[in-house]
Design a protein around this ligand. Structure first.
Ligand code: KE4
Length: 430
């Protein structure tokens, strides 16, 4: 009997590449049929067959308040009634800019765009325009959106399908992209020792979520700041995922590091298309129309999207919001690790704020190479065992998961029950 999800997926594959509007949604690495969701409320989702799930994808990070938060929905409705877009300044986008520069002290100036990709694409152009240099340093396994120069040994969907460097990107474009190993301080020091005067900027995920979750070592973060400072390179924290997800001031707040530029997305749109880049005033003032670095966008700062983002950002300032989110996420991960290990399964987990990583390997990985030693096939089986029990994890071994403020005891209890049964099935099969 064909389910509604299967019927919809069969139709969509005829006219949308892979049947999806973003590759990681296609379930191609985990196998099976993607779920077409019809409704979300709080921590829960319902698919086209009416099945209910506890959601740990959260639209890949934005839904930090949970789905259909009443205040966010009302703000969007009110904004929409005054037109959807003007293509002109509005007070709302000014309020958003004021809030972002207040919440992130490193952000002296900011510009809104419509996606994380636009934010990172512009940030590297700005680093090159500001320094007059060409080389951009990135790290294998980090994903910064799909701008040509950054689709080199990328993470997320690119890693999921084993095509970390995309077709269609001319070698001329990526010859200025230097890819190093995450957490490899010596490699970083060598690169700056030999090419420091040609490096325009370094971009990284300050906590990686796109080769699954990998934390930086203290030494790595400090070396990044010291070496970029010493050589006049722009340090870009890509906080599209970590921004207002790992803490009230993102990863830069956790590490006490002041990057030169920060890119944002996801949470700052609350589920609507909002990205942002910002940082040092002397760098940002090179942006058109003030300076020579061009960037533009028809829907940048869109009033309806900003209404969703502003409401979300204000609500997560509530006292104790991140303490609760962090404690809940840690409780979930520790519970799953304990259950897996009680069944003799090589399994580990880690979490930072409201994002987490699950690994079928004994220790949480610290490098790309260690991530690649995790048992991907076992993850794929686990993914479906959990999905069949109504728990929706990210459909890839190389993606982080997300907890929202709407996840409570009922969700964590049901999730651990599903995990206990699923790990039991895996243990019995081995
Ligand atoms: P978007 O262009 O997808 O809004 O943002 C790109 C981006 C930039 N930087 C980081 C650190 C990111 O995580 C992302 C997007 N993340 C993926 C999930 N791993 C989005 C999901 C998808 O590609 O469909």
């Amino acid at each position: 009997m064909t389910t509604r999800n299967e019927e919809l997926f069969a139709r969509s594959q005829k006219i949308i590449p892979g049947g999806v509007n973003s590759p990681v949604r296609a379930f191609r690495s985990v196998g099976g049929t993607p779920r077409f969701f019809t409704r979300g409320k709080g921590a829960r989702l319902w698919d086209a067959d009416g099945r209910e799930y506890i959601d740990y994808v959260g639209s890949w990070g934005p839904m930090i308040l949970g789905h259909a938060d009443p205040d966010v929905i009302r703000a969007v409705q009110v904004a929409a009634e005054s037109s959807l877009s003007f293509g002109a300044p509005t007070e709302g986008e000014l309020e958003m800019a004021e809030l972002l520069t207040q919440l992130l002290p490193s952000m002296e100036m900011v510009r809104l765009v419509s996606s994380g990709t636009e934010a990172t694409m512009t940030a590297i152009r700005l680093a090159r325009g500001y320094t007059g240099r060409n080389i951009i340093v990135k790290f294998e396994g980090c994903y910064h959106g799909h701008a040509d120069a950054l689709l080199v040994k990328a993470g997320s969907g690119a890693l999921t399908y084993g095509q970390p460097s995309s077709a269609g990107v001319p070698a001329d474009t990526t010859k200025h992209t230097l890819v190093l190993d995450y957490n490899d301080i010596e490699g970083l020091e060598r690169a700056f020792a030999t090419q420091g005067s040609d490096i325009a900027g370094v971009i990284l995920e300050p906590v990686v979520g796109n080769m699954n979750l990998v934390r930086p070592t203290d030494g790595f973060v400090r070396a990044l700041r010291q070496l970029t400072e010493k050589h006049g390179a722009v340090l870009i924290f890509d906080e599209v995922m970590t921004g207002f997800r790992v803490g009230p001031q993102g990863a830069q707040g956790l590490f006490g590091i002041r990057p030169d530029l920060t890119t944002l997305g996801k949470v700052i749109g609350g589920g609507m298309p909002v990205g942002a880049f910002g940082g040092r005033r002397d760098i940002m003032e090179r942006m058109a129309p003030l300076g020579p670095v061009y960037q533009a966008g028809t829907l940048s700062g869109n009033p309806v999207a900003v209404a969703a983002g502003l409401t979300t950002l204000r609500k997560i300032q509530a006292p104790g919001f991140f303490d609760r989110l962090t404690a809940n996420t840690r409780q979930l991960v520790d519970g799953m690790v304990a259950v897996a290990q009680s069944k003799g399964i090589a399994f580990s987990g880690d979490c930072v704020g409201g994002m987490f990583g699950l690994f079928f390997r004994a220790e949480a990985p610290r490098t790309f190479a260690e991530v690649m030693t995790a048992d991907k096939e076992r993850f794929n089986r686990f993914f479906h065992l959990m999905l069949d029990r109504g728990v929706y994890l990210a459909p890839s071994a190389f993606e982080a998961g997300f907890v929202s403020a709407a996840h409570g005891e009922a969700e964590f209890k049901a999730t651990l029950e599903a995990a206990t049964a699923s790990f039991g099935t895996l243990a019995a099969a081995s």
